[in-house]
Design a protein around this ligand. Structure first.
Ligand code: FAD
Length: 434
């Protein structure tokens, strides 16, 4: 019998927990990747950077495994159907995989675990994508943290080298099942098309780590942040290796960002209601205006607020937006336009190449004020002041909105002072109900 490793958001052969345990199982090992039709059929754009990245990376694994005399089993379908087929096709002893914290994924894994158990096949799951997960960082009262700062303090106190050790899969390369390469999959096989632009590199320089604290809020600087998000999303880099590098460079600010990532994983895991509702349920009383024309202007980057428009156009063009600008555009949608954060969350979810439910939901609920680290509702970002502070020479703005100084550029779609007061009044009214 074989040990199968089901790869999902951990697309690498090095330092991979599930793969390591499979390789140590004593049975020949073969990785599996499923292009999940439950997810892919719901995408309405056939040009999708995520799918393009997945195909590229799965094919890279295919080639790496071919060099080791093995292969990866690739399927396109619904996981339950695929696993039923795999059980028929192969003699499977055990299946190994890494944890995922999203509601859909948890239910999927439960169903697959049950299916495998019915056939007497073991299903073993490990922590891999987070440094600390679930109940590993709890408050003194043994409850999950719901505010970042105390969480991060505990997270940093707990973070010894032990937790950042790599899983040395390379010591067991001879344990892969020796077999002929399976055919590779293409985007066209699944009805998708490539954009064809290269993706950011999967490395971060020590130079960036040295300057990150000073540069990270300035979107005009070409390397102000690491752009590693797509690699962290799909596990083409190891979180442990990255955190070791940040720790060695003593970059506390960068480590803090990795801590945010863990924080939002555990929020989603402990409070799954956030996928649909406000973390603070009283915020679901807000009477959103939800004007569709205004939403369209925001999506297209035609609000008349240059920093908002620059961010939205960056997102629409390259599938990534700088963090500072994500905060500004999200706040503008929720507060200035009073559009439900879930609309913005879904739009980012369609467009971001690094889309991750936990961080995206956390970011949006933060902007709406409904989340774990709620800023007081009366604090409303002023997009003009934010632009003056973080893009003082309008370099970023001009890159994405070249017509900003021309008469054709639209006037602001709402007056800041009016919109600010309207947001405060609306929030106050909603919160007074509870
Ligand atoms: P860097 O600044 O180089 O940070 C390194 C890594 O730390 C990131 O790649 C990311 O994995 C992690 N990180 C940094 N900031 C955060 C954060 N606030 N929360 C969680 N993890 C963080 N991040 C996503 O990965 N996916 C999303 O879907 C996502 N949606 C967001 C939506 C909104 C409204 C906001 C305000 C933020 C969102 N973020 C999201 C967080 C952050 O904007 C991105 O992680 C970051 O911009 C990615 O660029 P980078 O890799 O250059 O980041």
């Amino acid at each position: 019998p074989l040990s199968l490793v089901w790869l999902r958001r951990d697309l690498r052969l090095h330092d991979n927990a599930a793969l390591y345990y499979a390789l140590k199982s004593g049975r020949p090992v073969i990785p599996v990747f499923i292009f999940d039709r439950v997810i892919l059929d719901a995408l309405d754009d056939r040009l999708d950077r995520r799918v393009e990245f997945l195909v590229q990376e799965v094919n890279r694994l295919h080639d790496e495994l071919a060099k080791l005399g093995s292969t990866i089993i690739v399927r396109y379908g619904k996981p339950v159907d695929v696993w039923k087929e795999l059980i028929e096709t192969y003699t499977i002893g055990d299946v190994f995989t890494n944890h995922d914290y999203e509601g859909y994924a948890k239910e999927r894994d439960k169903a697959i675990g049950e299916l495998l158990a019915e056939r007497g096949i073991g299903f073993h799951t490990s922590k891999d994508q987070a440094i600390f997960e679930r109940d590993e960082v709890l408050s003194g009262k043994k409850t999950p943290y719901t505010v970042f700062t105390p969480y991060s303090r505990k997270w940093k106190d707990t973070l010894t080298d032990f937790y950042l050790k790599s899983y040395p899969t390379e010591n067991y390369s001879s344990h892969y099942w020796q077999t002929k390469p399976e055919p590779a999959i293409t985007l066209a096989d699944m009805g998708f098309q490539p954009v064809g632009e290269p993706f950011p590199a999967e490395t971060v320089s020590d130079k960036l780590l040295d300057t990150y604290n000073e540069t990270r809020d300035f979107p005009a600087l070409p390397h102000s942040t690491s752009q590693l998000s797509i690699h962290l999303r799909f596990g083409t880099i190891s979180i442990r290796e990255l955190a070791r590098q940040a720790k060695a460079a003593d970059d506390q600010t960068f480590l803090n960002e990795l801590c945010w990532r863990d924080f939002y994983f555990q929020v989603l895991d402990h409070f799954p209601h956030v996928e649909q509702y406000s973390f603070r349920r009283e915020y679901d009383q807000i009477e959103w205006r939800n004007n569709e024309d205004e939403f369209d202007k925001w999506c297209r980057g035609e609000t008349g607020y240059p920093i908002v428009d620059a961010g939205m156009r960056q997102l629409n063009t390259i599938g990534w937006m700088h963090n500072r600008v994500r905060m500004i555009t999200a706040s503008f949608l929720c507060k200035h336009l009073l559009i439900d954060w879930r609309w913005g969350e879904a739009y980012f979810g369609k467009k971001l190449r690094d889309y991750d439910l936990s961080a995206n939901n956390g970011g949006w609920q933060w902007a709406a004020g409904s989340g774990t680290d709620a800023a007081p509702y009366f604090r409303v970002f002023n997009p003009t002041a934010q632009a003056q502070r973080f893009d003082p020479k309008s370099v970023y703005i001009r890159q994405w909105v070249p017509e900003v100084d021309k008469p054709s550029y639209p006037k602001p779609m709402v007056d800041h002072a009016m919109a600010r007061q309207r947001a405060i009044d609306t929030y106050r009214k909603a919160l007074a109900k509870v």
